[in-house]
Design a protein. Sequence first.
Length: 427
Amino acid sequence: MEYFPKDFLWGAASASYQTEGGVKEDGRGESVWDTFSHTPCKVRNSDTGDVAADSYHRWREDVALVKDMGLGAYRFSIAWPRIAPNGGTDWNPAGFAMYDGLVDALLEAGVQPWATLYHWDLPQALQNKGGWQNEDTARAFGAYAREVAEHFKGRVTHWFTINEPQCFIGMGYGSGEHAPGLRLRPEDQLLCWKNMLLGHTLAIQALRGIDPSNVVGLASCGGVCYPASERAEDIEAARKRMFARPEGFGGFSHHDLLDPLCLEDNPGKPDFIGLNIYNGIAVRAGENGPEDVPYPMGGPRTAFGWPVTPEALEWGPRFVWERYHLPLYISENGLSCRDWVALDGKVHDPGRIDFLHRYLLALSRAVDAGVDVHGYFQWALIDNFEWAEGYDQRFGLVYVDYATGRRIPKDSAEWYAGVVKSSGGAL
Ligand code: FCB
């Protein structure tokens, strides 16, 4: 039985600060994450991204892994401070070299490069002038997008402007758990939000202006609600709750971002919506309106403590599709496990296989229901620096021995390759 269309795009994802290392090489400037991770007590175990998975030097191995798994696409991000070390327009040509190699190798391997322009490593020089509180950051982002688009014209055609604005503003400028570690008043966070929207719009205009065939979206995150049962009342309750939750994720939710952007006449309207979905909340129709169903005591949780709720990957895309009618991609989904190298030298991760199996079956139900979802990026290709959690959380299909940089595909990598090869038929 086939669950996914033949042309469904199967991929895996990564991000610059989380995987590259090489933070002082070839003229790279500092990012807010360098500053933050080197500030005591900000990141678990005082971990930093200084070396990370060393992909700055080992990207050839990463491409080989992508190719061996038979993936159609690889999502990676470009480090803004490599291209613009001071955050301005003094471009650093050496900063492109590694990405040139990566992009060309992907193309040669028949893998589509999907590039994210901003996965949270803001040049520190811009943060020194207020970061996203300053409208100049949005303009600088537009200029950087133009420079990158020009450079990769004809080679990279699929783009994400910004990854999870909800998260980097909510946690970076709200709760202070992420770089730059600020705890601003709600109105000041809203200023960041406004500038982020402008930055996204300038970037999308630059990408389209340089090459009208560029396909541009962004990766959104936020609370996902799913019905506690198949009853029509519960479905309606979950739908309502998903787009009404005032608190959202880090203070902001999917609709905070997508409602304004997806208006017909908005120049920032994306070509597709990327959804990063890891879990959701069950909702039922209560006597006084929609109510959350508490997660069962002792219910399954990932190593991070996140609930295992495959239904989120069916209903999240369904509700977003109904509301915006734009092509969807799952730009991130996955989990962290307590992985280690077993006595036989392999990394066995049955929990990851079971998790992905359940989530992909749920996604297939969304496809079946007519949701226009075109692809799925597993987070992550390789283990990496999980922000404030440092290296404790291993999200990769491929294990990284951080002492040596050695990569060992986990059992799930082979399993995922089988799913990809059979277009989901192996599920
Ligand atoms: C998302 C981030 C990604 C990764 C996963 C686990 O919020 O976009 O970089 O950290 O979570």
